[in-house]
Design a protein around this ligand. Sequence first.
Ligand code: ZN
Length: 354
Amino acid sequence: MKRKLNFTANGALLEITNSKRPSGFHAIGIWTTVVPARLSAAASAFIKDAFPEDTDHLGHVRRFTTAESTYEVPAEHATDAQGKPVTFLRMMVCTEPYLSDAAAVEDLLRPLVQIARDFQLQPKQPKNSTEPAPAPVAMPLFYEPRVELRTTARYTPETKQESTEWSRESGWPLMWRGNTAAIPTEMSERDQQQALQYLAKVAAHAKAEGSAIATLIVDPEADTIVGAATDSQRDAMHRPLEHAAMTAVARVAEWRQSREDNSDGYLCRGFHVYSTHEPCAMCAMALLHSRITRLVYIEAAPSTGAIEPESSGLCIHAQDRLNWQYEAWKYVGARQDLGEAGDNVAPVAAGVNV
Ligand SMILES: [Zn+2]
């Protein structure tokens, strides 16, 4: 599927998407192992500890599938203490890029043998019962740390149909919860007008402060500026970390402090950022950590900008592997439409961090 360019505000704003994010099916190897179905919750918790964060980016992949009928279990473990057949599931353990050596994966799985042996079944308490909870029953389970390689889809499918097809092709089931990575590409009329106004304001702020680079952070609901800053990394004091966006985030922190507002710990949740220039990797990550929802800027920063595929290629605002994403829009309209300071926003030289 080809991602379309999304222009809005009469063609003055262009949404920047991560066109490097591959579309179509890309395979990734996953190590899998067979566990008794009763052990699935405990095994899942164990995996998250033993292989931290490895499969976090595979949120679209199911952890478990049914074990194939050819899976051989020693006869004495095929039925439980009550003589009932034991159900086995095949579980995703970790990705092949994370650990390429099967023996190393099996070594890390060894503690699961004991966890299975010590398994206890908690009998169900009848509803509304006032009796003390029944004691758990020892139910030793069989597990052998043996892994097999399977393949699944590396990237989130874009559509439900893709999800179904990729599950079938790879033989490992995917989950369809809608495309959680999809960013809404529409901007309401009010948002478009607001964006153009604040772009004019950020250009005016840079000019008034005598700086080439400026950033504003805006609460779009209250329609008000909550942080404003210019770049001071190259001024007489030589403060290399004081990029406009970094300082603007610091201003938001001060603004919150002045209101004794510590809400939920994320400084800029729901806020929009207006900048004269495309931010560098440090600033783009600072905006991501503070949970902004939209970035709009006027000039690209060749080679160091962390948003456009054509700049550094990092596209930090739209990475599946990071825990937050934000919209990014670039102003592509006429400069004179940004008021008298519009023409002052000039390109930065290649290699200059903004
Ligand atoms: Zn920066």
